[in-house]
Design a protein around this ligand. Structure first.
Ligand code: ADP
Ligand code: ZN
Length: 438
């Protein structure tokens, strides 16, 4: 019999049974969390009793946890177990203060590997696939997170690591890679290297599935990736505070990301009032772990903006879907009095065929006025053409961005490959303004 789900017993649970499981697991999580110094103090102050939850809606009565709380209680303030029981940590870079660190015991790592395997299966990956994991291994969760998921699923894993495009292409061709994971901003660059080598990934590889995530991207960018590589590209969402990848994933219907509700409680709140918003409305994603022992987190404010997509998915999974992340609450910048999210600009650019795969936004003070400079890579065949053509394209882009964000940008067209690439996730905005927000 063909298997349709990785774990049907969880993936197709009816609403009532799913909520019953969540209540049980939330009570256990509260009991467990109160062993950490952070939550024992917080629960004491707020008089929160373990076992008091009878309806999952009561989660709204619990306090939030923020990134600042994680930083303030760095490194061990959230730990519920003695160090001898902990077997791995992952941590963020911490360039702006204490890093955030998450600890796992064996149960947690098994549970994560299982969620990752479930996610990959949901995106159509099978044990017959050859899966190349093109991302950094180490403290970043994308490497080991995917690695254990691929192994749990039973596909042949190629732990390729990040960068070195020529080697990535060689691995793909040597071993007949059929599926791969990479951050979307890297794939445009990888394609340029294919082209420079006189290769076409559609003909010269056996790729059929790409898993893309770890950074915001628009549907336009996904479509471009699908066309360049001749594949289906599935959106993968996660954050290290909730393990890493394997939190929410698109299924083969590609209509939103199933968020695994047996492992997480999902809430969407208005970031100002912190009240829940109705399904379908955008707000900040708030998540609670339900199956993590070493370091449970309750009502963690992710700062990611998304919404719950109402209705059932045709695939049969009952876990609700979130829409693609439009950005983080702290991504937004204000220019000429207009609130702008970088993804609004990407959305405009990716619809223009002459535009290449990369862009960069720089905020500058010029003659005392704050300006938004948008550098846009243009396909090389276009760049070498008639100057008037470029002028016209630049005007079109300027108008379309202005129509979208209401502030007029200064658009600079540059050659493909000329925008500097960061090692990991793309940095879309640099703020060089004299007085910061304006
Ligand atoms: P950092 O906070 O240092 O970037 P993480 O690796 O934990 O470390 O990154 C998680 C964040 O990456 C998420 O909170 C979200 O903002 C972003 N992210 C992850 N996956 C996606 C995705 N599929 N779409 C958009 N943003 C994503
Ligand atoms: Zn589905």
């Amino acid at each position: 019999m063909t298997k349709h789900f990785w774990q049907e017993e969880f993936e197709t649970l009816g609403k009532k049974d799913l909520q019953k499981l969540q209540v049980e697991r939330l009570n256990a999580t509260i009991t467990n969390a109160s062993r950490s110094s952070f939550y024992s103090k917080l629960f004491g102050k707020k008089n929160i009793q373990p076992g008091a939850i009878t309806d999952i809606a009561q989660i709204a009565e619990l306090p939030f946890t923020t990134k600042q709380d994680l930083r303030n209680h760095f490194p061990y303030g959230f730990l519920t177990l003695p160090k001898k029981d902990i077997i791995r940590l992952h941590s963020s870079s911490g360039t702006t203060g204490n890093p955030t660190v998450i600890f796992h015991n064996r149960h947690d790592l098994n549970s994560w590997a299982n969620l990752m395997a479930r996610s990959l299966f949901c995106a159509g990956v099978r044990d017959t696939d050859v899966f190349q994991n093109i991302c950094g291994y180490g403290l970043f969760t994308g490497g080991l997170g995917f690695q254990y998921g691929i192994e749990t699923l039973g596909a042949l894993s190629i732990p390729a690591g990040a960068g070195n495009s020529l080697r990535q292409i060689k691995l793909m061709r040597d071993y007949g890679t059929t599926a791969a994971h990479a951050i979307p901003s890297y794939l445009g660059r990888l394609y340029e290297v294919f082209e420079a080598e006189g290769l076409d990934p559609k003909k010269d590889t056996q790729l059929k599935t790409l898993v893309i995530g770890a950074e915001p991207h628009t549907d336009g960018q996904r479509k471009r990736i699908e066309e360049m590589f001749g594949v289906k590209a599935y959106n993968s969402f996660g954050l290290s505070e909730m393990n890493g990848p394997g939190v929410a994933f698109e299924c083969t219907y590609q209509n939103g990301l199933h968020i695994w509700e047996d492992a997480y409680v999902v809430e969407i709140v208005n970031p100002d009032t912190l009240q829940a918003v109705p399904d379908g409305e955008y707000g900040e994603l708030v998540m609670t772990t339900l199956d993590r022992q070493a370091m449970p987190l309750i009502r963690y404010r992710t700062r990611d903006i998304t919404r719950i997509l109402p209705g059932q998915c045709e695939c049969g999974r009952t876990h609700r879907r979130i829409d693609r992340i439009t950005g983080r609450t702290d991504d937004m910048f204000i220019i000429k009095g207009c609130n702008v999210f970088p993804m609004q600009i990407e959305g405009v650019l990716m619809k223009i065929p002459e535009v290449g795969s990369d862009y960069m936004i720089t905020l500058e003070t010029m003659n005392g006025v704050d300006e938004m400079v948008v550098e846009v890579e243009v396909r090389n065949d276009w760049f070498q053409g008639d100057i008037r053509r470029l002028d016209k394209l630049s005007k079109t882009i300027t108008h379309q961005i202005r129509d979208e964000v209401l502030a007029k940008p200064i658009v600079k067209l540059v050659e493909a490959g000329s925008i500097p690439k960061s090692e990991g996730k793309a940095i879309r905005v640099t703020d060089n303004r004299k007085n910061g927000l304006n």
